[in-house]
Design a protein around this ligand. Structure first.
Ligand code: FES
Ligand code: FE2
Length: 444
């Protein structure tokens, strides 16, 4: 195991200060790959609806390893219990080639089997090695030239198969045999919030955005565990009341502090001196030329039984779910997406947005979801701000050096793990809780 290049200067055992080295140190980053992304954690790879038919596949990532999420043939007797979704590593068992290249028109294709271009080794959809050329040598008269040794076993030379778990059409995978079952990994506190969006629903794929952000991958997790910034950084949120400090909100975390949900309910926006005075991003006279961008229509599934207050219901307009370490699930009014975090070194990650709706949406609702998706993605009216501040953060950490640290003491210094949810948004508790888990998982 690599030791960090420079020791991290924590302020005691807490996580209200996070050393800059956590974002910049290459050896620590390698440890993150080993222990988090490639270790006993479940990583998001895609949505089942992206590969509806047998042979459909999508290239995806678990940490820095490229994988193929594929819909396998399933025997009729197993249908129902087995959705047939497999995840295999995109690395040939022969000489290590990344054999599957993205189809010309995107990341999704269809195959009967996978054939490596280098020496034509052929794999079944489930990753088993089906065959290879000249395995038994080439006949020359009475003798046979070459071929694999007699003890070569096809069944022992397939692709690396990951463990796969599918929850409500969300597909997760792990390289680890030690990872606990997915539902336990996600935990009870998040369940109602995942069920609220996904349970019993067929999804409809609406499209993708992709971007590369020059910052550490954890900054994206932090950004969506940070309820403090949206009403300050984002003109759209504070001006139109989609997220700001005068709203009823709740911050929920799992029992380890690693996953979270930020929950809130929009208001009408406009001026409210306690939250808009002096806020430079608040534009009192900003009006939309096209009001359809905020044509919000409440949906019945927004209301659920309140997990915190028995006998009551709760109707948020926004839930931002962070599943450690690899994905964010967003509902902001009628816009829904998953956002996949793909790390690429300590100072860079790819961010893949998959916008979706539901199979039974009216055409009008689909159009509405797509229109509202303009708030998000690389050039989104809101999310462009986040990509930019993450880049600025990384720049600041680099220029200071590893012995500085960020300060996240809003709402106190405690990490909040094991405590009831915070019922407001003036807190950085979800960031502290994530680093409490991170320190533990990383052995720091
Ligand atoms: Fe794939 Fe040889 S490297 S078949
Ligand atoms: Fe933001």
């Amino acid at each position: 195991m690599n030791a960090p290049e420079a020791p991290l200067h924590w302020h005691g055992s807490g996580t209200s200060r996070v050393p800059f080295g956590a974002y910049t140190d290459p050896a620590l980053y390698q440890r993150e790959l080993d222990r988090l992304f490639h270790g006993p954690h479940w990583c998001y790879v895609g949505l089942a609806v992206e590969i509806p038919n047998t042979g459909d596949y999508k290239l995806s990532w678990v940490g820095e390893r490229q994988v193929i999420m594929v819909r396998d043939r399933v025997a009729p007797k197993d249908r129902g219990s087995d959705p047939g979704i497999r995840v295999v590593e995109n690395r040939c068992a022969h000489r290590g080639v990344r054999f599957c290249q993205p189809p010309m028109d995107g990341q999704v294709g269809n195959a009967r089997s996978f054939v490596c271009p280098y020496h034509q080794w052929t794999y079944k959809l489930n990753g088993d090695l089906a065959g290879l050329p000249f395995k038994d040598g080439v006949k020359d008269g009475d003798c046979v030239n070459g071929g694999m040794p007699a003890d070569f076993d096809l069944s022992k030379n397939g692709l690396t198969k990951l463990r796969v778990a599918v929850l409500h059409g969300l597909v997760f995978a792990t390289f680890s045999d030690e990872a606990e079952p997915l539902e336990a990994y996600l935990g009870d506190a998040l369940k109602p919030w995942l069920d609220r969006i996904f349970a019993g629903r067929e999804l409809k794929l609406l499209g993708y955005n992709r971007q590369r952000i020059p910052g550490n991958w954890k900054l994206m997790q932090e950004n969506i565990k940070d309820p403090y910034h949206p009403g300050l950084l984002h003109t759209w949120f504070v001006t139109f009341g989609l997220w700001r400090a005068d709203q009823k909100s709740r911050m929920v975390m799992d029992a380890h502090g690693r996953h979270a949900v930020m929950i809130s309910r929009r208001n009408d926006g406009g001026e409210n001196k306690t939250v808009t005075q002096g806020v430079t991003s608040f534009k009192a006279d900003m009006k939309l030329n096209d009001p359809r961008l905020l044509d919000v229509v409440p949906e019945p599934w927004w209301t659920i039984a309140d997990p915190q207050q028995p006998g009551q219901t709760i109707t948020p307009t926004v839930t931002m779910i962070t599943l450690f370490p690899s994905v964010i699930i967003q509902q902001q009014v009628n816009s829904l997406s998953t956002r996949h975090i793909v790390p690429r070194g300590p100072g860079e990650f790819d961010f893949v947005w998959t916008h979706f709706g539901f199979a039974d949406d009216t055409e009008e609702m689909t159009t509405r979801r797509l229109r509202q998706a303009n708030l998000f993605g690389p050039a989104g009216f809101v999310s462009a701000d986040d990509g930019e501040v993450i880049e600025f953060s990384q720049d600041g950490f680099r220029q200071w050096g590893a012995d500085g640290s960020t300060l996240c003491e809003l709402g106190g210094k405690a990490d909040g793990v094991g405590q009831p949810p915070t019922e407001h948004m003036v807190t950085e508790t979800l960031i502290r809780s994530m680093y409490a888990y991170w320190r533990k998982a990383m052995g720091l």
